[in-house]
Write a protein of this length. Structure first.
Length: 129
């Protein structure tokens, strides 16, 4: 089962962080069709968040057709986003972990690493167009 983590310094609304984490888990194959998301109560207890925020995130995921609530039972994944399994991504993940280690050793902060990744990704996407 997915465990949510919120970054209060990110500037991203908490409900959107939950939505993004579910999307990422679906893309990576960590969540599959039929899997249950944590209950609102479980999320509230784990990350100290307002229940309405969790409900808003789950409604957004439902609107996107990714999950479906079953009253009295929970919220379940109805659609996956990834085409490849997580095991197929493992070599890339190991390469990324090695790169992150080199970046930290070079003295880059978390914010600098994120900025470098985002800017490199944007340039790469623009070059493909």
């Amino acid at each position: 089962m997915i465990e949510f983590h919120l970054d209060t310094r990110s500037g991203v609304a908490p409900y959107l962080q939950i939505v993004q984490q579910v999307r990422q888990a679906l893309l990576l194959g960590l969540l599959s069709e039929g899997d249950q998301l944590p209950t609102v109560k479980q999320v509230v207890m784990k990350v100290a968040i307002n229940p309405n925020t969790v409900l808003k995130a789950y409604r957004e995921l439902e609107r996107e057709g990714l999950v479906s609530p079953k009253p009295g039972v929970g919220t379940f994944v109805t659609k996956t986003l990834g085409q490849a399994s997580l095991t197929e991504h493992e070599p890339l993940r190991r390469d990324l972990e090695a790169w992150l280690t080199r970046a930290r050793t070079a003295g880059l902060t978390e914010a600098e690493i994120e900025a470098l990744i985002h800017s490199t990704f944007r340039v790469s996407v623009e070059e493909e167009r």
